[in-house]
Write a protein that binds this ligand. Sequence first.
Ligand code: HEC
Ligand code: HEC
Ligand code: HEC
Ligand code: HEC
Ligand code: HEC
Ligand code: HEC
Ligand code: HEC
Ligand code: HEC
Length: 437
Amino acid sequence: MSTDNPSPNPFRSARVLILSLTATIVVLALAFVGLAITRSGQPAAAVSGEKVNVLENSDNNCVTCHRQSTPGIVEQYGHSTMAAADVTCENCHVVAADYPGAIEHEGVYVLHEPTTAMCQSCHQAEVAQYNQSRHGLPSYVAYAGEEALTDEQLVAYHNIPEGGANPEASKARNALHALEGEAITKFACETCHDVGKPAADGSVGQCSKCHLRHEFSLEQARKPETCNNCHIGPDHPQWEIYQESPHGIAYATGGDRWHWDAEPGTLDATDFPAPTCATCHFSGFGASSTTHDSGDRLTWYLASPISDRRPAWQDNQVRMQSVCQECHNDNFVTQFYTDADAATEAVNAFVRQSDEMMQPLVDNQLLTDAPFDEPIDYTYFELWHHWGRTAKFGVWMQGADYVQWHGAYEILSDLAELREMIDEKLVKAGLPPVDGE
Ligand code: HEC
Ligand code: HEC
Ligand code: HEC
Ligand code: HEC
Ligand code: HEC
Ligand code: HEC
Ligand code: HEC
Ligand code: HEC
């Protein structure tokens, strides 16, 4: 007979009994603790991973009074990482009496809207990168024109390496700004382009366009909806394109499980199995470090009528490709860039064709001097400004429908329409039509 015959063993049974009793006690104890936590309400937040309100017992002057006047602000700020790091209301709001924009308030002077100069005292790198980017002064100049800048700002603007692309094309849109008038543009151009507006103290930009006060939450800044405030619509539909891309689909279907609050600078595919706008353009991801220079990883001026290469575009390309390479292999990424470069050149060729078709009208002074006063101005403009750009953005950010039906197809349709409009003008002036031999 073997000794390991499964005969009932009194010691073993006793052990099992003790173990299961212990387990029961542990489970019961846990249930009691759980009950107690939920009852008292407070640690329940900690259990679900939420941050605690560090201002709950604060006796700071601003906090105690604003708990009454603006409880929402105190509540939001209390849960932020900055409050936990002892950054106070005063750090952002309180300035000297003679500071530009200062308002007298409860015995001190405050800014209603803290400027980037306030953030700069603690976030030098972010502010410097932002000032070097097209989210800075170029965004503002795009509608206000260079004449709106002070001499100092003008120098800064001209020193932005990727700042000065296509001044001619910008003039066309400045013209729209003038035609529509201040009553409209305050709610249009300016809402988006003030991301680069100078403040009264001369510092540039509005961090709060992406970092909604007072939570200053990484999760909020990293989510693509933050960008869709501005990157949307027929002329720059990056949001719509992202939604139909495999990356956007991964976000929409699984994003609730991603590590939205992960430590900046060290993100990888375990935090984000697919990229958001921020991952590709801003986040420290894989071998690329975090940046607030939106142009840091771009190779083309895609928004231009005819896209040219950016200065130092090869370095930028390495930085973007390092992001892709966290999830895709080298050959895939290199092949993708080869194909997307070719598609960009193909759109350039369509736009050049529209320019060549227009040339006889320019040569024979058959266009009015005023911008946007006849239908042909709009057709010519939309060809590159809406459909040309959209096709290029669709290519680079994986939006097939935008490359095709909102892009290349619309270009072809506008080329046909343009040809008819041009011929009509030429024939009326006694000249041969564009296609006429
Ligand atoms: C005794 C109460 C009290 C104290 C102390 C106080 N505030 Fe206020 N604060 C208010 C009230 C009330 C308002 C709202 C005024 C309104 O709605 O028009 C306000 C408005 C503000 C505004 C908006 C100003 C504007 O004109 O739009 C800011 C910014 C502000 N407070 C910041 C602070 C800061 C920073 C501190 C600490 C240095 C502080 N407050 C201290 C009561 C207080
Ligand atoms: C990290 C910087 C920062 C800190 C810290 C901060 N604020 Fe602000 N606050 C801002 C910014 C930026 C705005 C303006 C946002 C905008 O409208 O563009 C603002 C706006 C406000 C306003 C005006 C809101 C309105 O809609 O009129 C009040 C009031 C205010 N803050 C109070 C506080 C109080 C009270 C604290 C501390 C509990 C605090 N802030 C801490 C950055 C900060
Ligand atoms: C007095 C110094 C100080 C000022 C002023 C300041 N910050 Fe901060 N900020 C910090 C510190 C410290 C942290 C780091 C908190 C941490 O990671 O523990 C931080 C973190 C942040 C974060 C990351 C939040 C996170 O969850 O990791 C953002 C975004 C941010 N700040 C934006 C701003 C903006 C925008 C302004 C100006 C409106 C500003 N800060 C002004 C000190 C400051
Ligand atoms: C919904 C937000 C939004 C509105 C409204 C808007 N823009 Fe823009 N604009 C953008 C974005 C985003 C870009 C960047 C496009 C890109 O790079 O893909 C841009 C690009 C531009 C550019 C090209 C960049 C440059 O510096 O050459 C000009 C010029 C411009 N806009 C002018 C205007 C004018 C003028 C108006 C109003 C008549 C206007 N925009 C309305 C968001 C907007
Ligand atoms: C166009 C949107 C945008 C604007 C405008 C913007 N940020 Fe950010 N910021 C982001 C994003 C996205 C992240 C998160 C990057 C990541 O994934 O780690 C971020 C992160 C940060 C962080 C945390 C970075 C770190 O490495 O710990 C700070 C601090 C910060 N921003 C400060 C600022 C300041 C100051 C300004 C204004 C000068 C500003 N941001 C303007 C999008 C923006
Ligand atoms: C408040 C409006 C606004 C928000 C929010 C915004 N942008 Fe922009 N963005 C602009 C404007 C305006 C431009 C065009 C500036 C120009 O070319 O003159 C631009 C340009 C860009 C560019 C092209 C930069 C270049 O060098 O040509 C990139 C990339 C970009 N944004 C990414 C983002 C991302 C990613 C987010 C979200 C994290 C974001 N933006 C949020 C307004 C915005
Ligand atoms: C998979 C990475 C990826 C994602 C996700 C992504 N982009 Fe891009 N984006 C690119 C690449 C690559 C380019 C073209 C780069 C070049 O010029 O070499 C680009 C170009 C752009 C441009 C054009 C700049 C110009 O030259 O006019 C803007 C603006 C932009 N992206 C904004 C966004 C926004 C907003 C989102 C989210 C809605 C987003 N991107 C999502 C990779 C990405
Ligand atoms: C964080 C991971 C991650 C990053 C970073 C990333 N991708 Fe992707 N990508 C994915 C995933 C996941 C898919 C969906 C794959 C599938 O269809 O199963 C995908 C799909 C694609 C596709 C479509 C492939 C197909 O077969 O339809 C292209 C093209 C693409 N990515 C290009 C890029 C480029 C270019 C970059 C960098 C600018 C980039 N990706 C960055 C994860 C990533």
